[in-house]
Design a protein around this ligand. Structure first.
Ligand code: SF4
Length: 322
């Protein structure tokens, strides 16, 4: 059976996948909005600890000192994010989403102060922490777990792909085993686990993308963010795209990839995102991902055309956690 969405299931209310919004309404009983905050972290894949240069798609200019000078407190950032949301919506409850860079790349005391400030902000009902799977010590996981007594906590690991060849191509600086290790240790605590994946990595076949979906299914992760591969200015990937070395999927290809991917996921895996986005002034390609609503509509239309939905090809049977 599909999971509950409030008092009814997401299939019963006409949806074809289990969106983050449906999950949050079911969990909290009302709408909850994610507000992005910047804890001024660096990344070990940029500062030379693991590698220099970062992932091929990452704009490492955002790690420059100027970013640090212009930054405001966590409370100020949440207040600004909420004010922006309130221009369009009635907003009462939020998740503080530590988004840019590697949000566990700091001493535990520093992390504690930032997370305390976010969790104490009025209306904040959860913390979402985006990070690398090779950058979570047991000490940091214990600290994160200590917040679960008073707020919802989800750690979002950058997985991107289960294929080490793809991770090497993107200069990720870790292999799939690091993700499995992080999931194993996180799962010992009351922390929900999300994964970020990219569809359309050069050289990955449809079967290889589906293998990533099946691993997410096997591990029974809480949520997944699905991104198309996109290039922003001043990145290695942008150079590769502009020189023609790398071809990005067109929208129809991507829509088919996502539909395949959703079909292979369990029906209770929350879909946090369906495509990547970047501000227009930074985006090199593809232009079609600027219209996220159109991409989402095209994915829903494709699932409708197939008479399909999230979990349609997900197998019944025993799930083991590796
Ligand atoms: S791990 Fe994240 S922050 Fe670090 S270089 Fe890669 S994409 Fe950028």
């Amino acid at each position: 059976m599909p999971p509950n969405c409030g008092n009814t299931s997401w299939r019963e209310v006409g949806h074809r996948f289990y969106s983050l919004n449906q999950f949050l309404i079911g969990k909290f009983g009302h709408r909850v909005w994610k507000v992005s905050v910047d804890g001024r972290f660096n990344c070990p894949n940029v500062d030379g600890t693991i590698a220099r240069g970062g992932c091929v798609f990452c704009d490492i200019r955002s790690f420059s000192p100027s970013r640090r000078l212009s930054i405001r407190s966590i409370s100020d950032q949440i207040a600004e994010g909420v004010a922006r949301l309130r221009q369009r919506h009635r907003v009462e409850h939020f998740i503080a989403y530590f988004q840019p860079a590697t949000n566990t790349y700091a001493p535990a005391d520093e992390l504690r102060n930032l997370w305390e400030e976010a969790a104490a902000y009025p209306g904040v009902v959860g913390l979402a922490i985006g990070t690398r799977p090779d950058c979570v010590s047991d000490e940091i996981l214990d600290l994160l777990e200590s917040f679960t007594a008073r707020t919802w906590v989800c750690v979002e690991y950058g997985l991107q792909s289960i294929h080490d060849r793809s991770l090497d191509w993107m200069n990720r600086g870790h292999h799939y085993q690091a993700f499995l290790d992080a999931v194993r240790r996180t799962r010992l605590r009351a922390i929900d686990i999300g994964a970020h994946v990219i569809l359309g990595i050069p050289g990955e076949t449809r079967d290889e993308m589906l293998a990533t979906a099946r691993e997410i299914a096997r591990l029974r992760l809480h949520s997944v963010k699905i991104h198309n591969l996109y290039a922003v200015k001043n990145t290695v990937l942008a150079d590769q795209v502009m020189s023609g070395t790398v071809a990005l999927p067109d929208r129809d290809q991507y829509v088919a990839y996502v539909a395949d991917f959703l079909e292979a996921l369990p029906p209770d895996c929350v879909i946090d995102r369906l495509c990547g986005d970047a501000p227009q002034e930074y985006l090199v390609a593809p232009q079609w991902c600027l219209d996220k609503q159109a991409v989402r509509a095209a994915i829903e239309k494709e699932l409708q055309r197939r008479d399909s939905w999230q979990g349609k090809s997900f197998p019944n049977g025993t799930i083991t956690v590796g």
